[in-house]
Design a protein around this ligand. Structure first.
Ligand code: GUN
Length: 304
C-alpha cells in the first residue's frame, strides 16, 4: 500500500494468501517426486465434532488444501454429543491406522470433552498440530518435532518476506498454548528468523499499550477485534494479526465479517509491514499443517 503524507510509512502487506499459494506449489512438486519414488500419497485426517460454523470452515479449507498438493484426506465427523470414550476410540483408531500419516482434532471441543486428554491421546508421531506435550516440550528445548501450525506459518512468513528479526524486540499479545506461547518460543530461539528479545503479554499484563509501543515486531493473538489501536504501535513496526473473529454484519454475504485483533485502518499507516485479515496468517496456518503432514509421511517411511 502506498501512502501520501510524509508522516506515514510506505506500508507493505504480508500477503499470506499469495505466499501460501507459492508454498503449496512447492509442496505439490515435492509430493509428486515422493510419489514417483513409489511412496503412497501423504494422508491427513481431520476430526470435526459438532456444528460450529467456524470450525467447519477451517476444516473444509484444510481438506480442500490437501487435494491441491496431492495429499489424500479423510474427514471424520461426529455430533456434539459424542462421548469422550467414543472420541478416544476414534483417536486410537487413527493412531493405529498405517494409511494415515497425521491427523488433527479440530478445537474447540464440546464442553463435556476433556481437550487435554484428547490431545495427549494423539500419537506424537502423527500430531501434525504440534499440540502433544512431547512436541511442545521439544519446541521448548529446541529439539525436532512438530511445531503448531499458526506460529510455524508466521515464522515462514517472516522468513520468506525477509523480515529482519535478529536482536529485535518482539511483543506477543496472548499466551494461548496453540499460538502465543509457542510463538514466543520460536521468536526467542536461536536461528533465522529468531533471536528476538520477547515480551509475552496477557490478560494480567499491566499497561499493555506501553509494552506494545516498544515492539519492533508485534504479534496479536487474543481474539478481541480491533484491540490493538494506533496509539499502541511504534512507527515502522511489523504487525502480525492472528485474530479472526466473526463479527455480525448484515451487509456481508454470509451475515458476518472476519475481524482481526488489530484496528487495521488506523494501524497500517504506521507499520513497515502488516498482515491483512483475512488473507494474512490464516492461509499460512494451512500451509504449515500440510508441511507437517508431508514431514510425518517422510519420517514414518524412514522409520522414525
Ligand atoms: N482451532 C483453532 N486453531 C486450530 C488449530 O490450529 N488446530 C486445531 N486442531 N484446532 C484449531
Amino acid at each position: 500500500m502506498s501512502t501520501t503524507t510524509s508522516e506515514q510509512m510506505d506500508t507493505r502487506i504480508l500477503d499470506g494468501k499469495a505466499l501460501s499459494r507459492r508454498i503449496k506449489d512447492e509442496i505439490a512438486v515435492e509430493v509428486a517426486a515422493w510419489v514417483d519414488k513409489g511412496h503412497r500419497k501423504p494422508h491427513l485426517a481431520a476430526v470435526l465434532i459438532g456444528e460450529d460454523g467456524a470450525s467447519r470452515t477451517y476444516v473444509d479449507h484444510k481438506v480442500k488444501s490437501c487435494a491441491q498438493v496431492g495429499f489424500e484426506s479423510t474427514l471424520v465427523e461426529r455430533p456434539a454429543d459424542i462421548s469422550q470414550e467414543a472420541l478416544l476410540d476414534i483417536v486410537h483408531g487413527l493412531n493405529e491406522n498405517p494409511q494415515i500419516d497425521g491427523f488433527i482434532v479440530q478445537l474447540p471441543l464440546p464442553a463435556h470433552i476433556d481437550d487435554q486428554a484428547i490431545t495427549e491421546a494423539v500419537s506424537a508421531k502423527k500430531d501434525v498440530d504440534g499440540f502433544h506435550p512431547s512436541n511442545m516440550g521439544n519446541l521448548a528445548l529446541g529439539l525436532p518435532g512438530f511445531v503448531p501450525a499458526t506460529p510455524a506459518g508466521i515464522m515462514t512468513m517472516l522468513e520468506r518476506f525477509g523480515i529482519e528479526t535478529e536482536g529485535k524486540h518482539a511483543v506477543v499479545v496472548g499466551r494461548s498454548s496453540i499460538v502465543g506461547t509457542p510463538m514466543s518460543l520460536l521468536l526467542s530461539r536461536a536461528g533465522t528468523p529468531g533471536n528476538c528479545t520477547v515480551t509475552l503479554c496477557h490478560s494480567r499484563t499491566q499497561d499493555l499499550a506501553a509494552h506494545c509501543r516498544r515492539a519492533d515486531i508485534l504479534v496479536a493473538a487474543v481474539g478481541r477485534p480491533g484491540m490493538i489501536t494506533a496509539d499502541m504501535v511504534k512507527d515502522g513496526a511489523v504487525v502480525v494479526d492472528v485474530g479472526i473473529t466473526r463479527v455480525e454484519d448484515s451487509t456481508a454475504k454470509r451475515g458476518f465479517r472476519l475481524k482481526g485483533d488489530v484496528a487495521y485502518a488506523e494501524v497500517a499507516p504506521k507499520c513497515s509491514w502488516i498482515t491483512p485479515v483475512p488473507g494474512g496468517v490464516g492461509p499460512m496456518t494451512i500451509v504449515s499443517l500440510l508441511r507437517n503432514t508431508l514431514d510425518a509421511a517422510q519420517r514414518a517411511a524412514a522409520g522414525h
